[in-house]
Design a binder for this molecule. Sequence first.
Ligand SMILES: CC(C)(COP(=O)(O)OP(=O)(O)OC[C@H]1O[C@@H](n2cnc3c(N)ncnc32)[C@H](O)[C@@H]1OP(=O)(O)O)[C@@H](O)C(=O)NCCC(=O)NCCS
Length: 306
Amino acid sequence: MTNIETIGTTALDTVVDLDKKTNGSKRRDFFAKRFTAQEKHPQSFISLGASTGDKIVGFVCCHMLQGEFGSDKLIAVLDAMSVEPESQGHGVGHELMTRLMTEIRSRGGREIQTQAGWKQPEVLDFFASTGFSMAPRLIVERSTPDYSDPTRDEYEDLSHDDVLVRSLLPDDLEQVVRIDRKITGHPRRNFFTRKFEEVLYESGVRMSLIAEIDGMVVGFMMARVDFGEFGRTASEAVIDTLGVDTAFRSRHVGHALLAQLLGNLASLQVDSVRSEVEWNNLDILGFLDRCGFAPSQRLALSCNLA
Ligand SMILES: CC(C)(COP(=O)(O)OP(=O)(O)OC[C@H]1O[C@@H](n2cnc3c(N)ncnc32)[C@H](O)[C@@H]1OP(=O)(O)O)[C@@H](O)C(=O)NCCC(=O)NCCS
């Protein structure tokens, strides 16, 4: 019989080994950080292990998010899942998913989001059979610049004299909420208060930038470095929030923010940066297209729990 329960740091070694069997590489840092964060903020994470006897044969991990990319819904992002090869095909994955959905619903979550490579038919089959479908979002990405290459493209040039880009500070909250409100039409103070706490006071590599023109805050960009979500082995950053004051559009504010982010990431030896964008947010897609992003080889999937 399969027993499903919450797992944490004590299961770290088992989870890392099990993940390696199905994924091919060790992601110890990712799982160690995840379980530490879960201990600090149990409401924000769900990690479940499936055991037969006292052996863990499968697990699933997700984190809860609210308000990212302009949405106000509480969603769960499933970013790691694995069933050991000998136990596959016996319903363990479905049992984990059923229990995960119950847990997410009980916390008020209304959607699960995940990603899968289009060349992973067995993973896509599994998600299709558990109620997932293609999400209305596109995953776009680009590599970080190689500053030793003299032929690099113009979008990697950092010089935008009239736009000053600096790190985000606690006092920027009101200005960020103001700019975002002009864009989305509603104030997201709670979301940004939480985001600022995450950025300013919690560990983990986050990079958040503010753009100023003549001493005025005119734009912001928030990103986090990801060392293994969705089974990735190379380090990658994720831009999760971005906005330029409507009065300062087309003055290369967005470009200056991105250029600074790319520079910071390259010095941290982060290989690439991605973003997940609503398919009809043509502003962001147009901007990212001009800045060298292209569709990734991964599909955004979602499952509605409402
Ligand atoms: C997308 C956004 C950040 C662009 O900022 P910006 O400062 O106006 O962009 P830039 O001036 O730096 O533009 C850089 C390049 O992208 C292009 N670009 C910008 N917006 C574009 C659009 N809507 N369509 C096509 N291309 C666009 C520019 O033409 C420019 O190309 P160029 O260098 O050849 O001139 C801004 O429009 C914005 O904040 N949009 C709303 C974002 C949002 O929805 N946030 C809420 C959820 S977090």
